[in-house]
Design a protein around this ligand. Sequence first.
Ligand code: ADP
Length: 565
Amino acid sequence: MTSHQVKLFDDYLARQILKFSIDVSVAIDELGVVLMASESVSRVFGWQPDEIVGENIRVFASESQLKQFDQYLAQCLGSENENSIGHAHQFKGIHKGGSYIACEITVWRDDDSHRQNRYIGIIRDITEHLKSKNKLGEYLERLKQSRKQLKRKIHELKSAQKVVARANQAKSEFLANMSHEVRTPMTAILGYSEALKEKLDSKDNLEFIDIIQKNGSHLLQVINDILDISKIEMGNFEIMKVDFSPTKILQEIVDEFESQASQKGLNLYTRYHDLIPSSIQSDPLRMKQVLMNLVSNAIKFTESGSVYLEIRMLSQSKDDRLLQYIVSDTGIGIPKEKMKYIFEPFAQVDSSSSRNYGGTGVGLTLSHKLVQLLGGNLSVQSTVNRGSVFTVTLNVDEKNFSRQSDKSSQNFCTSGAVRRVENNHDDKNVSPGARGKILLVDDTKEIRKLFSYMLNKMGLEVVTASNGKEAVDLVHEATIKEDFYHLILMDMQMPVMNGYEATQLLRSQKNQIPIIAITAHTLVSDREKCLAAGCTEYLSKPIKYEVLREVVHRYLPQKKEVLSN
Ligand code: ADP
């Protein structure tokens, strides 16, 4: 191709590009007069390319935006004002027919150095682009609003959670306080009825007292259960981890329930499978509490037949050992549809006012929570009118194993045949020779009277004080007279001076009298608090006569010592 042919070909290609380009391309002089325009000018502005030649490019701008358009042109055209060359400018364009178009123009200088005062303008219809941009803007705005709303909702939710947590805390505290407040009058009710029993000989009256005691104990059990649940919910429920015999607990439960079962005409069987560890690490008190609840329910919901108490090892691998307690009965069973609610608070299969069985529906909830705290699992299987099976599975950290005797292994034995377990409050623990003078400190008159009665019955001399300050004064007086007290029973919550302060004061004065703390609080930490204050022992209300007698005698000096004191 000759150079002339090449030029012709280039011109042809340039025209083709201009013909099909979407943007409008115009050549203008330094005054903005159109020298040439691409075909797209007719599509965008309605002008024919020939028709626009000689017109000023300003015809593309709408009246309202002419001022800014002129300013932009002025900054592009002319040899001294070329600041805006290559920079895009948006403007409201106008179609020859009068409609408006969103446009963007970019002006470039013609590269040909011989034609210094020629410029190329590229004008783009940005209507669709702006629409999408606006839409995107709207979406972004909506997204922003949604994010704000979400943030607000999260904030509201967090505040609501805090309110719920506070309400829950308040509820739990109320329950804890309430059950604590109930425990003190219950001490009086149960204590006085026990005391009264000894003074009555009419069969009817004795029966009445029995009913009061039975119901009082039941009420106390309900209060204790509710207190335990609220403690668990507050997260301050303490679990011990000590060594104990898993089979001994079974024995203790049988001892506890055998008469109740036989009164109802039920058999109470125990069964030990092979290779039960003689000692495991867990919380024996809580474990017993769970099993007592399960056995008590089994007896309650069984009219005839038997209640079985089993213990077995499930897994035989070295590291993973599961111990199971199984309580089963031949009772009324639980309908399938009720099974999933059975561990929820206050859930009862029959909650009608005409139901046959008493109860509050908290026992299983508490048992379930307790077993979880022990790191185990409580499950149930049941068939209506056939009976129920409750299984406690514990992962045990066994100390060692002992094979049970062949007689009990793999065999059921009736409760009557079960070995009796060691009794902590056995009479051998009580020293018959113990005598002494007791200082009894409690702000409740009835409790002072009740404990005085119990202590007098043990043959002890009692002096009372109604608060810590009185107690400290009495101890000082006795020291001066050299007529010492041998033991102090100290209520911990009292006006004027509480038991903690009084104990601390006495200990700071080097007084070594045994001080037994008496409190209606039942947490392990309460016990620790009492011991940290200097108390020798801790008892929680209500206190049975036998328990008081055992503890008092444990800390009283023997008769000989008293005389020589
Ligand atoms: P309560 O016995 O005080 O009602 P629980 O929480 O111990 O409360 O038990 C909840 C309910 O579960 C009972 O009311 C009873 O309907 C059902 N239930 C528990 N144990 C048994 C059982 N061994 N046999 C049949 N139903 C049972």
